[in-house]
Structures are given as C-alpha cells and as structure tokens.
Design a protein around this ligand. Structure first.
Ligand SMILES: Nc1ncnc2c1ncn2[C@@H]1O[C@H](COP(=O)(O)OP(=O)(O)OP(=O)(O)O)[C@@H](O)[C@H]1O
Ligand SMILES: [Mg+2]
Length: 324
C-alpha cells in the first residue's frame, strides 16, 4: 500500500526540530534574499491584479535554484526583478548585502531567445560584453577573455561566424558564453533551452551544469521541464498558479551534486522527486492556490526533501543477485 503514497505525505521537513517544519537560513546563507516582493498591475474598473505577493526566498552562494510553475504565475517577472529590469510593487531583493536598484553586470541574464547582435561575429558579440565589463581592458585582453568563454561552450573555431551562420543551439551557446564572459555573481536563465531540440538541449544542459559546478556559479533558472530541474538544481521552487501566486514549497534535490545524466534514473530518490514535482504541476499547483495548508507562512515556505520510495530503495540495493 505504501507504494502509492504520494511523495508529499512521505516528505519530511529538512529541519524537523523546527515547529513549522521549515528551514530558516542564517544570514550567511542569504547571498540573494528575496524579501516580501509583490507585483501588481492596474486592472479595469480601477482594480488591481496581483500576480504574486509576499514572496520570500533566500539563496546561498554557489547554489543552483530552479523555479517551476504554470504559465502566468510570474516566474519571468521574478527573474526580471532579480535582474533589475523591473521593480517590485512591494518588497526588496538584496544581493550580497545590497538592495537591487536597476541592472548590473554582476547579474547576467540568458533569455530563451539568444538576443545576439546580428551584425557582429560570435567573437564580436562576446567581446562587446567583455569590454562593457572591463572598460579599460586592452583589445588583446578583451579578445582573450572572449575566446576563453567561447571555448568553454564548445564554439572554438566559430569565432568569426555571424549569428545567421549558426544553428539555434550554437546561438544559444553564444548567449551563454556572453553571459559567462563577464564573470557574473549571478546567472539568471529564463527557459534557456526550451526552444532547442532534445539532443542539443541535453548537450547544453551538460555544459551549463559542468561550468556551474566547476566555477561555483550561483544560478536562478526558470524551467517548465521537470527532468531539467532534477538534473540541474540543488533546490526547486514550486509556485502555485496565478494570479496571487505563492511559493508553495521549496524542494531540496536529494541527488548527489556529482550527477550523471545517463544514471539519473538509477539514483536513490529520483522517482520520489520526479513524482512529487509532476504531482505538484498536475494537481497541487491549482489546489494550493485555492487553499494553502493550515499554518502556511509565506516568509518560510515549507522545505521538503524526498525520502526513498520503495522503487528507489530497490534501485539503491542493486540487482537481487548483488543483494544476496
Ligand atoms: N504589463 C503588464 N500588464 C498587466 N499584466 C502583465 C503585464 N506584464 C505581465 N503581466 C501579467 O503577469 C503575469 C505573469 O507574467 P510572467 O511573464 O511573469 O509569467 P510566467 O510565469 O513567466 O509565464 P510563462 O511560463 O508563460 O513564461 C501574466 O499573467 C501576465 O499577463
Ligand atoms: Mg516566463
């Protein structure tokens, strides 16, 4: 019977000693701190539409956080606020001890569309970003930094091609190289791989993952793809449906940081995590919008970590022959 227990009922709070079952990070863990932000728009008849409100989220340095939620719940708006492209109607975002006030080269954005300058070469596009970051750098230094970023995303040899000569995946790589070339404190990605075919998407996910693990990059990424979130994220933020969306919960990824895509489905905790995320998207994102659980505190959304399902436990134990 326990086989079919939904993950939510098996999920245990990360800090069981805490009365509300939530994790309260210390100030040192708050490299990024989203504090009570809301976004509201004027609606017909002098009314106001609240996209989301009272949204709180701390992020640690070097953490990879994915946000998942249905269309219209305000994910891009949150990312734009983090980027400084939009101001919240209420609340504040603190990065490295300072409230965000506008855009900064410390926060690089990778959009779904690559947004390259079509008249510039690959090298020209990346070098343009590098020279905006290091205004006094010599041309040789700018070139060297740009070439290094281009090589990191596997595009060495294509430096002199123009965007029109590149495939969609290659263009997206240039966008990633451009973002990485300025050595941002934070990488913000809004569904960066969603327009790509599955093969290219997988390769780019591998590359982004390798780069982020190697460099300890702090990342906030939006995705609709549950498997992408499981592969990339340390924590997955689940948003209820909008309007008036909320952070329903924050799911800690139990899979080891050192993950292998091909072996992911053999990792203990994988199925519990995947089922939980899908269950949320299919059902709870809607039901929780209508009624949040008793005791829900938007300042400290529940933090859950999957326990092993029976299927996972069997995988962890290995084939029967091995177990004997
Ligand atoms: N200028 C605006 N005026 C009124 N409403 C707006 C405006 N800009 C965005 N919205 C609304 O804010 C909501 C959130 O938009 P947002 O783009 O952040 O959603 P999203 O979660 O990223 O969706 P998707 O998954 O489709 O990208 C949407 O319902 C959208 O219609
Ligand atoms: Mg969006």
């Amino acid at each position: 019977m326990s086989k079919l227990l939904p993950f939510a009922r098996r999920a245990r709070p990360v800090a069981p000693d805490h009365a509300a079952g939530t994790l309260r990070p210390s100030s040192s863990e708050k490299f990024i701190s989203i504090e009570g932000i809301a976004r509201r728009y004027p609606a017909p008849g002098g009314k106001t539409t609240t996209i989301f409100e009272n949204l709180w989220l701390p992020m640690r340095r070097g953490e990879f956080v994915c946000m998942i939620g249905h269309s219209g719940c305000g994910k891009t708006t949150v990312l734009n606020i983090l980027a400084g492209l939009e101001a919240p109607s209420e609340g504040v975002v603190i990065v490295d001890g300072q409230a965000i006030a506008g855009t900064s080269l410390d926060r690089a954005v990778i959009f779904q569309g690559h947004a390259l300058l079509p008249w510039r070469s690959v090298l020209g596009n990346v070098a343009y970003a590098v020279s905006s970051r290091w205004r006094k750098a010599s041309k040789a230094e700018v070139d060297a930094r740009a070439r290094k970023a281009i090589a990191t995303v596997g595009l060495a040899g294509s430096e002199h091609k123009r965007p029109s000569e590149l495939s969609g995946g290659m263009k997206q790589r240039v966008g990633i190289a451009r973002a990485l070339s300025i050595e941002p404190k934070i990488l913000l990605m809004d569904e960066p791989f969603s327009a790509l075919d599955a093969l290219t998407r997988g390769t780019l996910q591998d590359e982004v993952r390798r780069i982020c693990v190697e460099t300890g990059q702090t990342v906030f990424m939006i995705t609709h793809d549950v498997d992408e979130a499981i592969y990339l994220a340390d924590r997955i933020v689940l948003m209820t449906n909008g309007p008036e969306a909320k952070v329903a919960e924050i799911v800690e990824n139990p899979l080891p940081k050192d993950r292998d895509r091909a072996q992911l489905h053999h990792a203990p905790g994988y199925y519990a995590l995947r089922n939980h995320l899908i269950d949320f998207l299919v059902t709870r994102s809607r039901t929780m919008r209508d009624a949040m659980p008793e005791g829900y505190d938007p300042r400290h959304p529940p933090v859950v970590r999957p326990s092993l399902s029976e299927a996972d436990a069997a995988i962890a134990a290995g084939p029967p022959a091995k177990r004997a």
